[in-house]
Design a binder for this molecule. Structure first.
Ligand SMILES: [Zn+2]
Ligand SMILES: [Zn+2]
Length: 137
């Protein structure tokens, strides 16, 4: 069980999407994807290499707190996506994976990163279920 890099000391739950395991924090809504999982989610490797090119590491983090990789506990680098939507994500410098804050994964998948529409729909489904439960309280 990995601990949430944003909440610290909260265990994340494991969701399974199409055989891909995704770590999800119920407290903050964030999602941790291991390096290989992101690639499985996006699909064919040509898409993955264009995806890699879509990330730019940032020097100026705009005041967002640094978070630690849940696997190696090293501080993660802030990285941003280029293109229509700019997101600020945390990336392990050792390549363990990427952290998405609440809603960022859906935005990321929806903004033309090359993910399968089917995958996008599944991800939306899973997380909208969570959001509607939260609103219903
Ligand atoms: Zn959390
Ligand atoms: Zn790491």
């Amino acid at each position: 069980m990995l601990q949430c890099p944003a909440c610290v000391k909260k265990d994340m739950i494991v969701l399974e999407l199409e055989g891909i395991e995704i770590d999800h924090c119920l407290a903050c809504g964030g999602v941790w994807l291991d390096a290989g999982e992101l690639e499985l989610l996006i699909g064919p490797s040509d898409k993955v290499s264009s995806l890699r090119g879509a990330f730019n590491d940032l020097q100026d983090t705009g005041g967002e707190p640094s978070r630690k990789c849940p696997i190696c506990a090293k501080f993660m680098a802030k990285t941003s996506t280029t293109g229509a939507t700019t997101l600020m994500l945390d990336r392990c410098p050792q390549g363990h994976g990427i952290w998405f804050d609440d809603g960022e994964l859906q935005t990321f998948l929806a903004c033309g990163c090359g993910a399968d529409e089917r995958v996008v729909a599944i991800v939306k489904d899973v997380f909208s279920a969570r959001i509607s439960t939260k609103k219903g309280v």
